[in-house]
Design a protein around this ligand. Sequence first.
Ligand SMILES: [Cu+2]
Length: 722
Amino acid sequence: MPLPAPADDEPKPEVTLEEVVIKKPKVDSTLGASKVEKADLATRKAATGDAADLLQGVPGVSLNGAGGISSLPAVHGLADDRLRIQVDGADLMPACPNHMNSPLSYADPTRIENVTVYSGITPVSVGGDSIGGSIQIKSAPPEFATPSNPFLASVLAGSFYRSNGNAVGYNLGATLAGEWLNLTFRQSDSWSENLRAAGNFKPVAPGSEGGAPIPGNVIGSSAYDGTVKRSLGLALQTPGHILQLEASQQMVEFEGFPNQRMDMTGNENWLFTLRYTGTLAWGNLEARLSYQDTQHEMNMGPDRYSYGTGMPMNTEAKTWAALVKANVNLSDRHLLRVGAEGQYYILYDFWPPVGGSMGPNTFWNVDYGQRLRVDAFAEWEARWTDEWLSLVGIRSDTVMTDAGPVQGYDDALPAWGTDAAKFNAAQRRRTDYNWDLAALARYTPDPTQTYEGGYARKSRSPNLYQRYPWSTNAMAALMNNLVGDGNGYIGRIDLAPEVAHTVSVTGDWHDADRARWKAKATAYYTYVQNYIDARRCDFGQCSPENVTATNSFVLLQYVNQTARLYGLDLSARLLLGEASSWGKLTANLTLSYVRGDNLTTGDGLYNIMPFNGLLSLVHQLGTWTNTAELVAVASKNHLSQVRNEIPTGSYYVLNLRSSYEWSFLRVDVAIENLLDRMYSAPLGGAYVGQGPSMSTTGIPWGVAVPGPARSFNVALGFNYHL
Ligand SMILES: [Cu+2]
């Protein structure tokens, strides 16, 4: 959150020396927010094409597996669009029945300078249209020259290689800046072959008809290629005001999805943003306008059956968004944040005909889908004393969704026409009047401890893929899947918004200058009304066996139920020793536990990360950093039975990393999964990455997507300032 600027830069005549040294308010408003440390960020972004990787190790955060650059973060058991994920302030919208082009898949990891995860009580000023936490990813702010040094120029370039998958990436950038103008260009690209697991997890078999056999340890459909991200930014500055205009383009030529039945065979996204930030006498002001345009294509990649014709599925989406928000300094101790925002999203999801019963017409999965959101919020932060802070906010969230009439491949066939007619006869427009509330208090009795507790009510309306997919045909339903469990999903127009009530308490203990040790613990409990879970499909074309099956892929329909999630995050850091001759040695520990239950059915919630911990030893000598990291994860056996979720075993993985920085060169080397341990990724989903994927029985059920085998990584970064 931006640091509120002092209300008045002019020193008042009565200011005494003592008042001058009064501590500035802390930048982070809530203890429930974690910032990824800069050193960790540099190490993690060195050798990845996936921006979500930068969140690894943040307490309470886990990653749901998807494509190679599209992992979906989960915070305290809530993932995907239950979180508010912003990239440089933009709420990027996915446009795909599998959420392949998730917001973070558009972020260039090499550009990211700053990651903040709000996992506890999320202030309403950073929440909205979400029931879980908020993740804010930011690039570096534009740099400007100074009168003493009136011209800035910098170039940067980097590259990485990962042995598992033979992944290669590069990034380059250039900045030219004067005192009032900054021009920045960035580009990155990465590609990877299929990843390998450390052992065989399925039989050797060809993935496509007559194709070469895929070895038992190769994760089919995990390759990606040509993921170019480029941006051109122009920033103008006058004292106290910055205006930024940025155009960016994100292209993907191919990205495989081992836990989906299709692959991304093309994605082109454009984003245009105009942003103003100003520091004014009364506080600061931000205004932004953005437009996002996405063209998305899916089909069967090289590891899957193509059925002679493939199965093209196309999605087009446009999103317009506007926001204005202000931080108003009411006094030295009172800050008011107010804001309003709007977002309008249009979606077309259509599947061109391929012949046979999948023709002669185009299948419309969602035609003229619309989601309009209008929000306003006010939040009051009060620093009553140096010990006590309170934050109270309220937010209104109005969401309208709608979709036009649809058609199947051939509505004369009952397999398509019956469901389409039923959907077309229904009233499809829904308007939800949602509201959020967050209240928290923070107590800092002395410089070594802080306690925070609060309550939040948060709401989120269903997305278009939860309300509008209409076909109960198995093949069509299997293509609609947001979670990677291999099942098929049918929408439900009547879905109500999810409303979460969260209470959370955090304690933070450390030595007075935070140099030797610190420990933080967060406990949380969330009760979700109208949680969107799933029930077995028992209507339309769904068979009676679909209702009772326990060891196969099934067809499901979204349904509102009641859920509960609770858990605990612990993190600690301890300086073990320090000497000028050998540097310093630090130990870090993170433990996360979360449990999710469906209270309506007694079932478990899907994809809840089992108890896990991370222990690392970090040695630093000047700009040389060495890290040994142990990741340990318990078995996953509290499962979503309605989805026939697959259990996974416990495992541990050892990683080694080392980095060295010269004035303008940085080298990172790493060995991930040093001991080449074989394990199933607990949040990796069901393996459906090869073979005939268009029916529930074409691919064997019960195989979890494994974690990657050992990888040797090396990355070079060059950054030169003129
Ligand atoms: Cu897709």
